[in-house]
Design a protein around this ligand. Structure first.
Ligand SMILES: [Zn+2]
Length: 226
């Protein structure tokens, strides 16, 4: 058996299409959100024009999911704090923990369930910030570092994954986790898929491959540390 988990950061509009694929293949996922950066209503993805100054990934401005739509969009999946404003662990400790907790409390209000997960913005982990998260009752903090032994940790606030979804070793790492009866855990940002059909086909192939394996069991990220 191999347990498989995935998570996706930043609450962008491409999450909606990704969720369609996750549903199609009965896959579980956790979405790491920054409510302080989400607009009231869901944005419109577009390729930026020369006179636009908005943030983009390779020229593609995906836009964010709206606060008014977030419950309907993510309601069947897990959500976790990614900071109210995407603030990493290297800032002032009190500002950091307020940012992490503000997002958690907002999500718990909207989704009416506990959201004790955290994903370090930009992988910006510090031991001081980890201590604050632990004291505040967070159960894990996902880093952007990788391990071939997911879950074998006594430091869940430094929770490493197997790889990024676009890692060229994706399938090899899955097979290694399966051979070890372990956990395969990948992460990413759905905006990285742009509006490029080749990239969307690739992630669909991966989800289909994982779900077709009779020895695969999808789990939530929180299950790794529980
Ligand atoms: Zn992020």
């Amino acid at each position: 058996m191999v347990k498989v988990a995935c998570c996706w950061d930043d609450g962008v509009v491409n999450d909606i299409r990704l969720i369609g694929l996750l549903r199609k293949y009965n896959a579980k996922a956790t979405f790491n959100l920054n409510p302080g950066l989400m607009p009231e209503h869901t944005g419109t993805p577009h390729w930026v024009t020369p006179d636009e100054k908005c943030w983009s990934y390779q020229g593609f401005a995906n836009g964010k999911v709206g606060l008014k739509e977030m419950k309907e969009i993510y309601g069947d999946f897990q959500v976790a704090s990614h900071g109210w404003t995407h603030m990493g662990g290297s800032v002032d400790p009190q500002a950091f923990i307020k940012d992490a907790l503000d997002a958690r409390h907002y999500l718990e209000d909207v989704f009416q369930r506990e959201c004790p997960g955290y994903a370090w913005p930009c992988g910006d982990y510090t031991p001081v910030a980890a201590r604050l998260l632990k004291d505040a009752g967070f159960l894990y903090g996902r880093t952007t570092q990788y391990t071939d032994r997911v879950g074998f940790t006594d430091a869940p606030l430094h929770l490493n994954s197997s790889c990024h979804h676009a890692d060229r070793g994706f399938y090899d790492k899955f097979r290694a986790a399966k051979a070890a009866n372990g956990i395969f855990y990948f992460w990413g940002h759905s905006y990285e898929l742009l509006d490029c059909e080749g990239l969307w086909n690739q992630i669909e192939q991966k989800l289909a491959f994982l779900s077709a394996d009779p020895e695969t069991q999808w789990i939530d990220v929180i299950d790794i540390v529980r």
